[in-house]
Design a protein. Sequence first.
Length: 100
Amino acid sequence: MALTEKDVRYIAGLAHLELGEEEMRKFLPQLDAILGHIEKLNELDTARVEPMAQVTYPAAENPALRADAPEPGIEQSDALANAPDQGAGCFKVPSVIEKD
C-alpha cells in the first residue's frame, strides 16, 4: 500500500498536526514503511496463538506494583497558587474549539 501526501496530511489532521513540506518528505516514507510491516503481520496465521495480557514479565493475574493506599491530597489554595489565571476556586483555561 503506497501512501500519498494526501493520506499523510489526513492522518496529521486527525492528530491536529500541521506538517511542513520537509516534515512531509520525512514522515511519508516512515509511515508507509510502518504500514507495510503491519500488512506483513496481518498475513500471519494467529488462530492458535493464545491471547497475552502481560508481555513484559511473568506476573499474577492482576499484578499491582504497590498497595493501593490513600495519600494526602493538595489543598485547593496551594494548587491554585501558581495558576496564571483563576476564578471561583478553579483554573481558568482558554476555550477549546473542535476542529471540523
